[in-house]
Ligand binder design. Structure first.
Ligand code: Z5A
Length: 218
């Protein structure tokens, strides 16, 4: 599967993590960093990121919906297919950098790890409908109990997936870590248990190191 780097087009950079890992906090800093390096940045989120994707997101996160695991997986990919075709690929073709708040790794972690669906099925959907992996993925790794405590402290009602038990989130974390360990050239793992400033510092340092490997200094 070709990454953007090998096509000479724009870059696809994704941010992943479990519940309460602090993605929202880190995204803004990564965007600023990329812009400082001269990148034109298009930010996306999943599920969602397009009008159709946001409607699918509402369905996916609605606690009143008793979705089967397969339906959940296919809806995640329906949202992703719409995003890839109408936002991600056009941006990459224009030479822009896509900063993705979750991408396909989330389906491997949540639907493969969390729900126990076959990883080969997720990989088949990726091959058929996404056709690329991120050039660089930052994984914010955090102990599940700490992440759930942060999410609870944030307040507000839990969505359908947030209502899952700790065991589900342990499997999600294990799947993310296994993917990062299997693809060290693509992933950087940041210890998200640290204070916010340290998480942001380490995330920006990992991004800088990736850009430096591509010959983008400073
Ligand atoms: N999902 C899936 O199952 N399959 C897929 O393929 C995809 C997604 C793409 C929605 O995703 C759900 O969809 C998600 C995965 C699933 N389900 N869950 N659970 P989302 O990304 O939109 O939702 P989320 O994971 O719940 O993200 P979030 O709510 O935006 O969380 P976050 O960005 O990681 O956390 P945060 O809001 O930045 O921080 C949480 C709180 O902790 C907040 O009060 C912060 O102030 C605090 N915080 C953050 N960092 C720190 C540090 N370092 N120390 C202390 N406190 C901190």
């Amino acid at each position: 599967m070709a990454g953007a780097a090998s096509t000479g087009r724009g870059l696809l950079i994704s941010l992943e993590g479990g519940e309460g890992a602090g993605k929202t906090t880190v995204l803004g800093a990564l965007r600023e960093r990329l812009e400082a390096h001269g990148h034109r940045v298009v930010q996306t989120r999943e599920p969602g990121g397009t009008p159709a994707g946001e409607a699918i997101r509402a369905l996916l996160l609605d606690p009143a919906q008793a979705l089967s695991a397969s339906a959940e997986l296919l809806l995640m990919f329906a949202s992703r297919a719409q995003l890839v075709e109408t936002v991600v690929e056009p941006a990459l073709a224009r030479g822009e950098t896509v900063l993705a708040d979750r991408f396909t790794d989330a389906s491997f972690a949540y639907q493969g790890g969390g729900r126990g669906l076959p990883m080969a099925l997720v990989a088949e959907l990726e091959r058929s409908f996404v056709r690329r992996q991120p050039d660089f993925t930052l994984l914010l790794d955090l102990d599940v109990a700490a992440g759930l405590a942060r999410a609870r402290a944030r307040g507000g009602p839990a969505d359908r997936i947030e209502q899952e038990q700790a065991g589900f989130f342990e499997r999600v974390r294990a799947a993310y870590r296994a993917r990062a360990a299997a693809q060290p050239e693509r992933f950087a793992v940041v210890d998200a248990a640290q204070p916010v400033e340290a998480v942001v510092r380490d995330a920006c340092a990992a991004l800088d190191a990736f850009l430096a490997r591509r010959g983008e200094g400073g």
